[in-house]
Every structure is written in C-alpha cells, then in structure tokens.
Design a protein around this ligand. Sequence first.
Ligand code: DQA
Length: 148
Amino acid sequence: MDIVSILVMNGPNLSRLGKREPEIYGSRTLDDINREIAEAFPGLTFEFFQSEEEGELLEKLFHCEDQGGFSGVILNAGALTHYSIALRDAISAISIPVIEVHLSNIYAREEFRRISVISEVCAGVISGFGPDSYHLGVRGIMGMLESK
Ligand code: DQA
C-alpha cells in the first residue's frame, strides 16, 4: 500500500480542549490528542488542522482534494456539525472520505446536538468515545482502504 496520509481536522472551540468543559470533553488538550494519534499509528502520515472559521475549514478540504494524496479526513466539526450546510456541501464536493467524529455522544446531550447535517455525506460517524473517537476514525479509514 502507498503511504497513507490522513487529515485530522477540528472546527470551532476545539482549540480550547483541556480548559473547556472538562467534565464533557476531558482534560486533554488538542495538542495532546493529536500527538497521541500520531503515536498510535506510527506507520501513517498525519496533517493536523484546526480553525475557528468555517471558511478556512472548507478551504482546507478543497486544498487537500486538489493536492491529492490524502486517504481520508477525520473531522470533528464542533458546533458546525449541527447547522453548517456549507460544510456539508464541501464534504459532498470532494472525493476524499470524511469520517465525522465527536468526543461526546451527541445523541445523549441537548436536543439541538442530536441533529448532524453532515452525517449523511460522511463515510462514517463515531461519537462518544472521547479522544478514542479519533483513533477509531483512523481505524475506519484503514479498514476502508484494505477492503478496496
Ligand atoms: C463536539 C460536540 C458538539 O456538539 C460541540 O459543539 C463541540 C464538540 C464533540 O466533540 O463532542 O464543539 O463535536
């Protein structure tokens, strides 16, 4: 198999992990989470990207699509999950498979979080396993590549 490159992309407020509502999101920072992903899969190549801005997330997806070489995207879109049709359209517009991940179980929280406008256009959804959600997403992409 060629070198597998995965984009791990986080949306608004995920830069605050570690400080932000630790009872929900845990005590690890985003840097901790990203480092642990890279350590858990030493044979893979990762690019990590976070932005508070919807447009920057879209541009990053298009950039990866145009650049080529990416096998998948692990995306925690934060609150954009629940309302961003622009993000949904961007995911639809690219051919790289996107796995939606959440630290918390969005189906066990407030009603507005139970709706994801991006799930339908994602290759898979993982929610509620804390930082392991990202690891499970990576496993999902590897499984998809193996079954091709
Ligand atoms: C989240 C869940 C979202 O509802 C929330 O807006 C976030 C984080 C999660 O990882 O559990 O910012 O995506």
